[in-house]
Design a protein around this ligand. Structure first.
Ligand code: ADP
Ligand code: TRP
Length: 323
């Protein structure tokens, strides 16, 4: 079974991305032949500056590798190392009805937010479909917001198969990460770079600690018993501490006599300890560009081999192999 997903480097990866996307991808490496990539072509629809795109792409690769994407278990590459994806995207575009793209919520939401509607933003789902179909992916783990893009992908694959050849493209199954896994940001809304409430996965110690200290709490005083319902501190602690540690914190919440500052400190320590091995790995990788390059090259070669086979099959079927 081929498992595939992309991480879009349109901002620094945050704790929500880790628990909602990276960690599940790490776990899925054990279930099949995983293909993971940094979707830097897609990020171009929101990142305008060259230096920023370059940095975010590299950072995203480092973050993913540091957190357990294992290049020995999976094929890990940068999307634009395989520009052949555009040929398939074009072929898909020629059978893709305008209405299918016009109905996409993600596109409509971005335009409603005032983002200029350009062709890249509009065609985003066709490129995403090409990402998936180029590698014959069977299972695609994504967040809820990407569900419709998977439906577009299946629709396009079916149209190509109906028009040119049965079973030419593999129809992928989405694996939707359910809302139970929504990680709150420091203000209590879903942690998201669009809300400016994120805690990046990695960062300088002082800056990171400050973010934890800024977590919103209710107005209970030090001596007051505290509500264990809707507590951002507890919700994050559940992700980072053991069951018995969570129970101990809950008992202290209920008993009163301990201020929120103390709980934030405990949460901070749990975060800092949990990510210590990842931090070490990231620092090692960061200090050697050669290692990162070598890892990405291996992934690129493996990805290209699969991409070339699919593309050759598709070219023949659609009449582009004209010799
Ligand atoms: P953002 O909301 O910061 O823009 P993205 O939409 O780029 O994040 O999400 C990338 C991946 O991370 C998706 O699979 C999404 O489901 C997951 N993700 C993002 N934020 C959270 C969160 N707060 N909790 C759980 N998963 C999240
Ligand atoms: N659009 C996805 C996101 O925003 C990233 C992505 C690009 C992707 N290509 C993909 C995800 C292919 C899964 C499969 O998260």
């Amino acid at each position: 079974m081929r498992i595939l997903t992309g991480f879009q480097p349109s901002g620094k990866l945050h704790i929500g991305n880790y628990f909602g996307a990276v960690k599940p991808a790490v776990e899925l490496q054990e279930e099949g032949d995983a293909f993971y990539f940094v979707a830097n072509y897609h990020a171009m629809t929101s990142v305008g500056k060259a230096a920023e795109l370059k940095d975010l792409t590299r950072e995203c690769a480092l973050d993913a590798l540091a957190c357990g994407i294992n290049p020995e278990k999976s094929t890990f590459f940068i999307q634009n190392a395989i520009p052949e994806v555009h040929e398939l995207a074009w072929i898909l575009s020629t059978i893709c009805p305008m209405g299918l793209l016009e109905r996409c919520h993600s596109y409509k939401d971005k335009v409603a937010k005032g983002i200029a509607a350009n062709h890249g933003l509009f065609a985003y789902p066709a490129l995403m479909a090409a990402d998936i179909l180029l590698y014959d992916a069977n299972l695609v783990p994504v967040g809820k917001d990407q569900k419709q893009h998977l439906e577009v992908t299946r629709d396009l694959a079916q149209k190509i198969n109906d028009k040119f050849e049965d079973n030419l493209l593999v129809l992928p199954e989405p694996k939707i990460q359910e809302s139970a896994a929504v990680v709150p940001g420091i203000d209590g809304q879903k942690m998201s770079k669009s809300y400016g409430n994120t805690i990046p996965l990695f960062g300088p110690e002082k800056k990171q600690r400050k973010l934890f200290m800024k977590i919103l709490t209710d107005s209970a005083g030090v001596e007051d018993p505290k509500s264990t319902e809707n507590s951002i501190i507890l919700d994050l602690y559940r992700l980072l501490a053991s069951e018995s540690e969570v129970e101990a914190m809950m008992a202290e919440f209920k008993a009163g006599g301990v201020g929120y500052g103390h709980f934030k400190q405990q949460l901070w320590e749990a975060y800092w300890d949990t990510f210590a091995p990842f931090r070490e790995k990231r620092e090692a990788l960061e200090s050697s560009s050669d290692d990162l390059e070598a890892i990405l090259k291996i992934g690129e070669n493996k990805a290209r081999e699969v991409a070339a086979k699919t593309l050759s099959r598709v070219r023949t079927a659609v009449g582009l192999n004209w010799i």
